[in-house]
Design a protein around this ligand. Structure first.
Ligand SMILES: Cc1ncc(COP(=O)(O)O)c(C=O)c1O
Length: 466
């Protein structure tokens, strides 16, 4: 029985932000040619016990090892991991981090409710020290989705309002509250609904296929900022605007965009919350993505890479004046003051600082962007964009019309796996590269060479004469 035949109900009905959903024919074909019997058996066993869900189970392959930049499958094949769910900022299994975690587990494995613990306080002090908000106060959660919901509760308490404003097509987490802010059908419609009330959305800025009908990024940013101003004025009681300071597509904001939005928030008493869960801690070549725009939010949310690619931890950083919830329990999570996850986060930040990883991300990212721009001569590449080590290559049917080529993007993804490179696609047609901050220039260029070869393979495989 093929893996595919276990899933006769391939839907395609819901708009997918990821081209390589787990039920496509291309995935089945890749598995048929690339997965050995032992791996196939392990995948079937995994699926026997896990609830199926889109973009997750059934899985693509089985991972046996993860080290530095690389993941390795059960059959011993190594892939450069240019995705890593954005957790692997310091590379997988960093020895300084594994040592620190092991020592912390021995010294103090847990802190039950009512107790402070030294590494947890140290982490909060560290976060406050590096925060773009200046000195701040902190709540910790286990995951990003929870942290986003804590941020919303703080904003509600501080403003006495409940409405939120966010971008269509952003993702802020899978919890019911976070999904309400998110703007993708996959996470907010069907069985996820009904969601929490008062979650308003506007279309985001976009340099290509602008939902406001403009034809360049600056004009799109203006239209989007104007719409945000319009909504804040007409609703008049929005508690918080929640957004990623750089869109995950990726799409870099036009200059002045966030300053204008910040000013609108201030005029209308709306708090600005930046979700830096995937992009904070250096990914974009600055410690925090919002620093590129010189705009500080009222609340900043971190996650993913904060746990060093080993442990789950997320953090909400709030201006001290927002410490208004003393009578309530906004973030009362079991692992709120877990000394082991806190040690992991603290050590991860120290590694990022001590190894100059933010500077490395900026430098290698610039080299990568330049090389990717050279690839624009390939006629299927419609655009190249990004900041630091958050990079995107848009594959299109024709460069004039910019019609997305999702099929080619998915074929490229599997061709790249054949050549030892793993990445993900965003919005169906954008090859999205988010390698760890530890990547060397040589590794980055090697990855881009593989990518270029994979695009060629994919064009040949689907008989494109473009
Ligand atoms: C921008 C953004 N916000 C929030 C989340 C949710 O984080 P978590 O999966 O840790 O709940 C994600 C996860 O992909 C994300 O990319």
């Amino acid at each position: 029985m093929t893996l595919r035949s276990l899933h006769p109900r391939a839907t395609g009905a819901v708009a997918q932000s990821e081209g390589d959903t787990n039920l496509t024919a291309r995935r089945a074909a890749w598995q048929a040619r690339s997965i050995d019997d032992a791996t196939r058996a392990a995948l079937v066993e995994d699926e026997r016990y896990f609830l199926r869900q889109s973009v997750s189970t059934p899985c693509l392959n089985v991972i046996a090892r993860a080290q530095g930049l690389y993941i390795e499958d059960m059959a011993g094949r190594r892939f450069m991991d240019f995705h890593g769910n954005n957790v692997h900022h310091i590379g997988y299994g960093h020895p300084r981090l594994t040592r620190a975690i092991a020592e912390q587990m021995q010294a103090l494995p847990f802190a039950p409710r009512r107790y402070a613990a030294e590494p947890v306080t140290q982490l909060a002090r560290k976060l406050s020290g590096i925060s773009p908000l200046g000195q701040c106060k902190v709540l910790l959660t286990t995951g990003g989705s929870d942290a986003i919901e804590v941020a919303v509760k703080i904003a509600r308490a501080a403003t006495g309002r409940f409405k939120t404003l966010a971008f269509w097509d952003a993702f802020h987490g899978a919890g019911v509250g976070a999904a309400a802010l998110s703007g993708e059908a996959l996470f907010r419609s069907g069985p996820a609904a009904p969601l929490i009330p008062g979650a308003i959305h506007v279309a985001p800025y976009a340099g290509i296929r602008c939902p406001y009908g403009t034809s360049d990024l600056v004009a799109s940013g203006e239209a989007c900022a104007r719409m945000i101003e319009y909504v804040l004025e007409h609703e008049a009681d929005v508690a918080a605007l929640i957004a990623e300071p750089i869109r995950a597509v990726p799409s870099v904001p036009p200059p002045g965009f966030w300053a204008r939005v910040r000013a609108a928030c201030d005029r209308h008493g709306t708090l600005l919350v930046f979700d830096e869960i995937p992009v904070g801690l250096g990914k974009t070549g600055a410690m925090f993505a919002c620093q590129h725009d010189g705009v500080a939010p009222d609340i900043l949310v971190l996650g993913k890479g904060l746990g060093g690619g080993i442990l789950p931890i997320a953090a909400v950083l709030a201006r001290p004046e927002l410490d208004v919830g003393a009578d309530w329990a906004f973030g009362h999570y079991t692992h709120e003051k877990n000394p082991v996850t806190a040690r992991a986060a603290l050590t991860t930040i120290e590694i990022i600082e001590d190894e100059g990883l933010v500077e490395n991300a900026s430098r290698v990212g610039a080299v990568a962007l330049a090389r990717l721009n050279e690839l624009k001569r390939i006629p299927v590449i419609g655009d190249v964009r990004g900041r630091g080590l958050l990079l995107g290559i848009e594959l299109v049917r024709d460069v004039e019309g910019m019609e997305p080529d999702n099929d080619l993007a998915e074929a490229t993804l599997y061709a790249a796996l054949d050549r030892g490179l793993s990445f993900k696609t965003t919005m169906g047609n954008v090859l999205t590269l988010t390698p760890p901050l530890t990547i060397t220039e040589a590794q980055m260029l090697q990855g881009i060479d593989i990518l270029a070869a994979a695009i060629d393979d994919a064009r040949r495989a689907i008989h494109l004469d473009r």
